[in-house]
Design a protein around this ligand. Sequence first.
Ligand SMILES: [Ca+2]
Length: 139
Amino acid sequence: MTFKPIHWLALSAAFIGATALTPSSAKNAYRIQAIQQYSVTSMGCIYCHTSPSGGSGWNAYGTALQVIYDGAAKRNISDALYLVLKANKDSDGDGYSDTLEVVAKTLPGDKASKPTKTVKALEAELKALGGVDHFKAKK
Ligand SMILES: [Ca+2]
């Protein structure tokens, strides 16, 4: 069996095209990082987006994350995922900070999703984890 150069080039181009980082696989990389860093078992697009299928609409938490990620320093996603929590904001205005929502495994960008525990109880859980630094990327 011999390779004809022209076919080999076409095959290589097809392979490169299939494995190049597409926008959706880049987003999945962000999601995989967030799942690990926030200690959740799964994370839907709705965590950051306004639609369960993702797309260009961002909820309040997704917008806050984007602002940090795209900030002057152009951070990596793991630093941005930590810094957005360290900012100690309540992005969706439901009375629970984004960090406490991550502890409670509710959605920090959706006002309709909020913890059933009290702020005080969640603050105690966060303290037991070692504070917001618990959500820093493990290097
Ligand atoms: Ca919420």
